[in-house]
Every structure is written in structure tokens, then in C-alpha cells.
Design a protein around this ligand. Structure first.
Ligand code: NAP
Length: 284
């Protein structure tokens, strides 16, 4: 997008911490006009500057999504990039996930990003182009036991991104998926907090898997990348002339995505059975 004479315009969801915040900072540094958003405005007040306009945006709230996109178009007159970053991971066994937990996960990671894409597309089509970047995860391509609700939402986001990419290409719009592995953000703290019920309920038939699951999460946190690294990948995807459809965005993601999707289902199941100690239960 270097051909623009005006600064390119980006709208980013979930800038209170992690990758959203790092991307807002990097794009501003690179000369973009960034509309950094969060559901609590006070969590991003420190980001406001000549390059960064802060707005309230809750991706589960229709009125808030409409208002945020309207404000970008009103202030900047165009929108070059939408970065659907806001998200969190609901952990716990699928059998025990409540309807509210499942609904909230899909509202945040699927319905919100798709709705925001719908809201920015008329402006992007009128401009003759734009980029929509959806932050997925390795878990959007490979399902992991006890993160099934989250995986389901990111698999859905990946499928929607593929269809949207093909549908909007004739209008010059690129839809790009970013697939990080472990990244040092608030993500694991939030996931652990949301999985508390699972952790403490020793009546759950799945209780004994919590410890190996936690160990696996702790291990991947140890090997995780800084969010600034993913921000660099997002910047590359926004500025390269012909972006790819998907970018594995951390070293562990590149390794996992090179191997896991090629394994048979039987072999993938065996890998997770081994990591999470999923042995046959004896019926009492
Ligand atoms: P993070 O530090 O927890 O940031 C998540 C952001 O999403 C926060 O700003 C949070 O805002 C926001 N958010 C959550 N629900 C929202 C809603 N309804 N409306 C608006 N904002 C909302 O985690 P992160 O790692 O940077 O996560 C960014 C994205 O990367 C997510 O989509 C996540 O699934 C994905 N991802 C993360 C990892 C990882 O290991 N960290 C790996 C792969 C993919 P509040 O402060 O208001 O909660």
C-alpha cells in the first residue's frame, strides 16, 4: 500500500493488550493512521497519539461495530485494513461447555469478525481494494482436546476467510489469515481463568486430564514468541504486493503446521493421547 499519498488506514480490534496492541504500535511507527479499539476505552487511552485514534469496539455488540466503522469512515474517509484480532480461548471439555460459553466464543471469534468484514467491505469495494486480516491460530487448522470450543470457532473463521477471499478478490480485496502458535500475551491467563470450573471440579469425569493439559499449556507458553513478532508478520501481510492466503506467524506454528496437517487422523489422535495422557477410562 506504499502507492498511497495519504497514510493508509487500519482498524484493529482488541488493542488493550497482546498482538492487537503490538500491531497498533508497529503500524503507527510505519506511518499508518491506526484506529485502535477495545471494549474498555480506558485500556487503550495510552495509545492515543497523532497516528493513533482510539475507539470503543466490542465485537459482540452490533451497535458498537456499526459505530466504530462509521467513525473511521467519517474521520478518515476510507479504510485500507481491517485486523480482526480480538479473541480469547475457552478451555474445558466439550461435554461440559455451557451454551453461553459456546455462544460467546463464536460471537467473539466468528460472528464479530464476519460482521466487521461486512461493514468495511462496501468502502473497500468503492476504493477498489483493501485487506482484511483475520487472526486465527494453529488451533484453527488442528484440533486440540479440551480447547474444542475455541478450535471450532477458529476453524469456522478459517473457512469463512477462504470463501471471503475468493468472493472479494474480484473487487481487489485480499483476505489473509494469520496463524500464530504460542505468543506471550494475556491469552493464557484469560484461558486459565475461564477454565477454573474445569480445574477445580474434581467430580468432572475429565478432571484427571487437567494437569497434563495445564502442563502442555505451560510448556507452550515457555516456548512462546513475543507479540511484536506477530505484528511484523501482520505488517508484511498488509504491505507485500501479493499476500498469501495464510501466514504461520511464529516458529512453533511453522513447525506444527508443516507436520500435523499431514498426519492421518489416527496418528494425530495418538499424538494428543500421548501428550494429554488420554487413557481408556474404566467404567465404575
Ligand atoms: P490478549 O492479550 O488476551 O488480547 C486479546 C484482546 O481481545 C484483548 O484486547 C481483549 O480485550 C480483546 N477482546 C476479547 N473479547 C473481546 C470483545 N468481545 N470485543 C472486543 N475485544 C475483545 O491475547 P492475544 O494473544 O493478543 O490474542 C489476540 C488474538 O490472537 C486472539 O484472536 C487469539 O485467539 C489469537 N491467538 C493467540 C495466541 C496466543 O498464544 N497468545 C495464539 C494464537 C492465536 P479485553 O482486555 O477487554 O479483554
Amino acid at each position: 500500500m506504499s502507492e498511497h499519498t495519504h497514510p493508509p488506514i487500519a482498524l484493529i480490534s482488541g488493542c488493550s493488550s497482546g498482538m492487537g496492541r503490538a500491531t497498533a504500535n508497529l503500524l503507527a511507527e510505519k506511518g499508518w493512521w491506526v484506529f485502535a479499539t477495545a471494549r474498555r476505552l480506558e485500556s487503550i487511552s495510552d495509545l492515543a497519539s497523532d497516528q493513533v485514534t482510539t475507539l470503543r469496539l466490542d465485537v459482540t455488540d452490533e451497535a458498537s461495530m456499526v459505530a466504530a466503522v462509521d467513525q473511521v469512515l467519517e474521520k478518515a474517509g476510507r479504510i485500507d485494513a481491517l485486523i480482526n484480532n480480538a479473541g480469547y480461548g475457552q478451555a474445558g471439555p466439550l461435554e461440559e461447555a455451557t451454551a453461553d460459553e459456546i455462544r460467546c466464543q463464536f460471537e467473539t471469534c466468528v460472528f464479530g469478525p464476519l460482521r466487521l468484514a461486512q461493514l468495511v467491505l462496501p468502502a473497500m469495494r468503492a476504493q477498489g481494494g483493501g485487506r482484511i486480516v483475520n487472526i486465527s491460530t494453529v488451533g484453527g487448522r488442528v484440533a486440540i482436546p479440551f480447547i474444542g470450543v475455541y478450535n471450532g470457532s477458529k476453524f469456522a473463521l478459517e473457512a469463512i476467510s477462504d470463501a471471503l477471499r475468493m468472493e472479494t478478490r474480484p473487487f481487489g480485496v485480499n483476505v489473509i489469515v494469520i496463524e500464530p502458535g504460542g505468543v506471550r500475551t494475556n491469552f493464557n491467563t484469560t484461558a486459565t481463568r475461564l477454565a477454573q470450573r474445569f480445574a477445580t471440579d474434581n467430580k468432572s469425569p475429565y478432571h484427571r486430564y487437567f494437569e497434563p493439559f495445564n502442563r502442555f499449556i505451560a510448556q507452550s507458553t515457555k516456548n512462546s514468541a513475543p507479540p511484536e513478532r506477530v505484528a511484523q508478520v501482520i505488517h508484511r501481510a498488509l504491505t507485500i504486493r501479493r499476500p498469501r492466503a495464510r501466514y504461520p506467524a511464529t516458529p512453533d506454528a511453522r513447525i506444527m503446521l508443516a507436520i500435523l496437517p499431514r498426519l492421518s487422523d489416527r496418528m494425530k489422535d495418538a499424538v494428543w493421547r500421548w501428550i494429554l495422557r488420554l487413557r481408556k477410562e474404566t467404567v465404575a
